[in-house]
Design a protein around this ligand. Structure first.
Ligand code: ADP
Ligand code: MG
Length: 328
């Protein structure tokens, strides 16, 4: 989707997150963790936006900050142009109706004491929507839409009697029952087998086509993002390295880190001529003094001297394509 196509539904501006250490642990003061540094992103109505990065890069933190499960250290978050940073009380409750998150681990995200019907209709009762019979009907409809059919057969089952894939479908149904504007799916298939993952991906695509819900899809897999997403942001150690359309990120990545991710994609026979960029330094380069430059500097084969000392900001290369690198 191009920059000028419609408004941002979610915008995050210069968002940083520091997890403060809780003081001495066995007499050693643990260091504060800078999980995100000056992250800015726009997500447009109707798109599936991919946030791609390796483990520990800050992806979940982005999601948790947007839905308000984590307190922001600095920066601002907007929903439909309205500042929603640090909402409390009633305003937070109203916001929660519009923005939902699906978590990585369906074994932990569902309450084992609650039946499927209770799990899916609970958000409706929290928000006082409909009467009991209406809620049941809404739960029925949404369970059907995530492929749990016939829904009645699942109503009174408990999570322990569901497979991993079925649990994740229930979690998606619970997120969708309020008809939210924006849903964050945080590595929703990383605990599931490949064939089940494909089904979950297709449910997310269907959620977009039937309910027109905008989504942020968080993944460590560029291949998964390529399959699902209109646009992709690549994040590394808490900083956005590159943003562009799925096509651009896969076909003409400009950041050396994105290029390294492309190099790491499995290549199949018949997938045509595939470029190898060779931008990943196998042995980390040593950094002199406090690290204060580009986070990818220690692994980057094309780094220059200034990359060790200066953080490159995101800049626009062409319409809709942004890169944080001095070298492109
Ligand atoms: P990802 O989802 O990409 O794996 P996270 O957002 O979970 O990354 O974590 C980003 C960084 O923040 C990691 O270094 C992680 O260890 C740290 N972190 C995450 N949550 C906490 C927390 N509650 N307290 C302290 N550090 C945290
Ligand atoms: Mg995570």
């Amino acid at each position: 989707m191009m920059e000028n196509q419609g408004n941002a539904i979610i915008e995050i501006q210069n968002v940083s997150k520091v997890y403060r250490s809780r003081g001495a642990l066995f007499g050693v003061r643990a260091k504060d963790v800078v999980a995100l540094r000056q992250v800015s992103l726009k997500i447009y109505k109707g798109e599936i936006f991919g946030l791609v990065g390796e483990s520990g890069s800050g992806k979940t933190t982005v999601g948790r900050l947007i839905v308000g499960l984590e307190e922001i250290t600095s920066g601002e978050i907007f929903l439909d142009q309205e500042n929603v940073t640090g909402l409390k009380g009633k305003a937070m409750k109203a916001f929660r109706r519009k923005v939902q998150m699906i978590f990585q681990d369906p074994y932990q995200s569902l309450n084992p004491q609650r039946s499927v019907l209770d799990t899916v209709s609970e958000p409706l009762s929290i928000h006082r929507l409909g009467r009991s019979a209406d809620r049941k009907e809404m739960a029925h409809k949404v369970l059907k839409s995530v492929g749990l059919s016939p829904p009645e057969a699942f109503f009174y089952r408990y999570p322990h009697r569901l497979s991993g894939g079925q649990r994740q479908r229930v979690a998606i149904a619970r997120a969708m029952v309020l008809n939210p504007d924006f849903v964050i799916a945080d590595e929703p298939t990383s605990m599931l087998d490949a064939s089940i993952s494909a089904q979950i991906f297709n449910i997310l695509l269907k959620m977009r086509s039937t309910f027109h819900v905008t989504q942020m899809f968080i993944t460590h897999s560029l291949a998964a993002a390529r399959y699902l997403c209109d646009r992709i942001a690549v994040i590394y150690r808490g900083q956005v390295m590159e943003v562009g359309s799925g096509e651009t990120i896969i076909r003409s990545p400009k950041h050396p880190y994105t290029q390294a991710l492309i190099d790491a994609l499995p290549k199949f026979k018949g997938s045509g001529e595939i470029k190898q960029y060779g931008t990943l330094l196998i042995e980390e380069r040593e950094v002199n003094g406090e690290p204060m430059g580009c986070p990818f500097y220690p692994r980057c084969t094309v780094a220059e001297i200034r990359c060790e000392r200066e953080i490159p900001g995101l800049r626009m290369l062409e319409e809709g394509h942004y890169v944080a690198c001095f070298n492109v």
